[in-house]
Design a protein around this ligand. Sequence first.
Ligand code: SAM
Length: 237
Amino acid sequence: MTSHERVSDEQLAEQLSYYSRRAGEYNDWWLRRGAFDQGESENAVWFHESGVALDALAALDLGDDVLELAPGTGNWSVHLAPRATRLTLVDGSVEMLAHNPAAGQPHVRTEIADLFTWDSAERFDSVVFAFWISHVPRERLASFFARVGSWLRPGGAVFFVDDLPRAVTSPHVAGVAGQTMTRRLNSGDTATIVKNFFTAGELTGAAAAAGITMSVHETGRLFQYGATVTAAGRGAG
Ligand code: SAM
């Protein structure tokens, strides 16, 4: 497909199903195990750069009532749960959430829902999404940020982190075409997901249209992250 082709509902369902099938092996990617172990010096770059993004999250005032979208196995939930009075996790995969150490804590609620249709009348002090925005189809970017804006209390904070384009060289990538990427599971099965590498301008523009003022940064080679900068009373340093 070309980058101008829309992603179908069937493709979004395949993406969600892929993560459910990958749940038991997902953390190998984050922890640089198995096929993702690239040797000491490359692994050190990975952990250094992920630390840069984690430091940026630590510097942001998230308030008490935090919403995390697509939390999956909880690699970022574990940093949010100790800081929040209430943490709400919304993910479509029971299998991914089963590995999330924050799920099940007394102040943590989980909702199994499709993020392309989920909505809430509640308002949160902050909305966080890690390695999710790259899985949003380009034609849904504006409406996604509009919904994030609608879930925020006035002055609320937003933080996201995601891959830079170098991620196409990852060992589980079997091909890329337009907005999609084919991924290989340990079983050898493949699935096609959405993988977009939005520019900082595309992200700040979509956020601004939703009333969210963000700055977007790169950790070096691997990751891109964004945080609100001018929300009244809150914001990244
Ligand atoms: N945030 C976690 C992290 O940083 O490791 C997980 C990110 S993982 C790349 C993407 C997550 O999105 C998975 O947990 C998957 O279950 C979830 N997901 C995929 N499609 C979804 C959908 N349509 N609705 C809700 N969650 C979805």
